[in-house]
Design a protein around this ligand. Structure first.
Ligand code: NAD
Length: 488
């Protein structure tokens, strides 16, 4: 299904519809959006801007060229000719049912309709639709362009194939579908979130904690664990060697104690609302929603990238998505221009940063090592074949600081070569403003895989090196080439 989707119709372009628009567009899918509010274009534009910024930091995998965004005057116009429909209108059953009924009558018969509803039952939402078998709940999480989870829940009339088709599309755009085993109000995630939200409101209503203190209780403790192990796996560990059985024996009885007030719903009196709003304003400390969104997105990017290093949780989803994007990208051209080669781009990863907020010095060598690998690929070295180049000497100059999530790139100039050696000069730049951050001069020696000793590289490799050397012969020698430790 995913390959067949070129155009998606979005019904509703608020917080969630705007997030869907950004995710689809950045994945190369055209979007046709209907929202009766003329302000929707501004919301969607802001969301898209946030999403572009976040993806620029999240991944270096080659994304397809961005899809096009058009606004439709009616739901019927939006869905006509679309390959998939995602409804994200306000959470009111009557409104959604009428919208889905009208739109489904105008859409092509095979087109899947998904609803972003946070908790309404699909059986009721699909009741008035034309061909209700093609309806499914596809419940995402804010920001839709970064969080991978999408809960899929079918109604009584949903065809199993509808769920499979929606899941395939969501997977193709980097998401992690979770298919519910049965239909239930509020699905899985919102049941958990609402339980926490009710209890949090009680703690504020009873004056046990402020809104900021409730948030501290989450973000300095269990919140850190949830991102990669959820609830059950962390409790298994908490049970020690005896695992989950011991955990239940130890803490099971506490469930009988009146620790929580979950079954009661706090009354949202004027006084409670005012207290929550005032404390929330204090907590925000004058930061605008846009500033908070960017802070949220930057932190999410760091967490997801950190998890990718361990192939855990949302990081594993990102790694899988990147593999698919890489495989789909056309191979780069083999170039030998009369300019240093630009073969390696990177994003400064959170775990490169030391306590001072700068990239640790060892990471500069790491980036230059990656640039050398890129050069070896560029000249056709196949380490599984005859041999490869080993780095025998590096001189590194640290010139400026790299900070978390900045994009950087390396240019590479060939200073000299013979049949065994490559003498190269790498320069590391911050991509945004082309500031030179560091340089590295390296001598590489070709080692024959069979003998384990220095030996000539393959003829094809040497031919490519010669082409680059011809082009680079016209370049001036970098100032820092040939330096040892500088003494002034
Ligand atoms: N906000 C969240 O965190 C969140 C998370 C997951 C799911 N959802 C669900 O997503 C849906 C949308 O929520 P939201 O937070 O984006 O709300 P929102 O109020 O930000 O956006 C709703 C949009 O729908 C538009 N709209 C009103 N009538 C419409 C109609 N007849 N047809 C099409 N559009 C119409 C509004 O103008 C508005 O732009 C709801 O079902 C909600 O439960 C919300």
């Amino acid at each position: 299904m995913a390959d067949e989707i070129r155009t998606v119709a979005l019904l509703g372009g608020g917080v969630i519809g705007g997030g869907w628009a950004a995710r689809f567009l950045l994945n190369g899918i055209d979007v046709r959006l209907y929202d009766p509010d003329p302000g929707a274009a501004r919301t969607v534009g802001g969301m898209l801007e946030n999403a572009r910024r976040a993806y620029g930091r999240l991944t270096l995998a080659p994304l397809p060229s961005e899809g096009s965004l058009t606004f439709a005057g009616t739901p019927e116009e939006a869905v006509s000719g679309a390959d998939f429909v995602q409804e994200s209108a306000p959470e009111r059953e009557g409104l959604k049912r009428a919208l889905l009924a009208a739109a489904s009558a105008a859409a092509d018969p095979d087109v899947v309709f998904a609803s972003s509803t946070s908790g309404l039952r699909p059986t009721r939402l699909q009741a008035d639709m034309d061909r209700p078998g093609r309806f499914v709940v596809g419940h995402p999480f804010n920001p839709v362009y970064l969080l991978p989870l999408v809960e899929l829940c079918g109604g009584e009339r949903t065809a199993p194939e509808t769920i499979e088709r929606a899941a395939a599309l969501y997977r193709a755009i980097g998401m992690r579908p979770l298919v519910l085993r049965k239909e239930v109000d509020a699905f899985v995630a919102d049941r958990l979130l609402e339980a926490l939200w009710r209890e949090a409101l009680w703690l504020v209503a009873d004056d046990v904690a402020t809104v900021a203190e409730v948030d501290d209780a989450i973000r300095f403790g269990a919140g850190l664990r949830w991102a990669f192990m959820g609830s059950f796996l962390t409790y298994r560990i908490a049970g020690g060697e005896a695992g989950m059985r011991h955990f239940i024996e130890q803490f099971g009885p506490a469930l009988q104690l009146p620790w929580t007030r979950l079954t009661d719903v706090p009354e949202l009196t004027g006084e409670l609302v005012e207290r929550v709003v005032a404390q929330s304003d204090e907590q925000a400390a004058g930061r605008s929603i846009r500033e908070l969104e960017r802070l949220r997105d930057d932190c999410l990017v760091s967490v997801i990238q950190g998890l990718r290093a361990h192939d855990a949780g949302a990081g594993a989803v990102l790694a899988g998505y990147e593999r698919v994007l890489m495989a789909a990208a056309p191979p780069g051209p083999v170039r030998a221009d009369d300019a240093p080669l630009r073969l390696h781009d990177a994003v400064v990863q959170p775990d490169w940063i030391d306590y001072n907020g700068h990239a640790h010095e060892s990471r500069y060598l790491h980036v230059f090592g990656d640039a050398t690998d890129a050069l070896l690929r560029h000249i056709g070295v196949d380490p599984s074949g005859g041999g490869s180049y080993f780095t025998v000497e590096t001189h590194l100059s640290h010139l400026d600081q790299a900070r978390a999530q900045e994009r950087v790139h390396v240019t590479t100039q060939l200073l000299g070569h013979d049949d065994k050696r490559l003498h190269v000069f790498h320069a590391l730049y911050r991509t945004e403003d082309d500031v030179l951050l560091a340089s590295a001069e390296q001598m590489l020696l070709h080692v024959d895989a069979r003998t384990g000793r220095a030996g000539a590289a393959a003829a094809e490799v040497l031919a490519r090196v010669a082409r680059i050397a011809d082009a680079h012969g016209a370049l001036s020698r970098p100032d820092r080439a040939g330096r040892s430790i500088g003494l002034r």
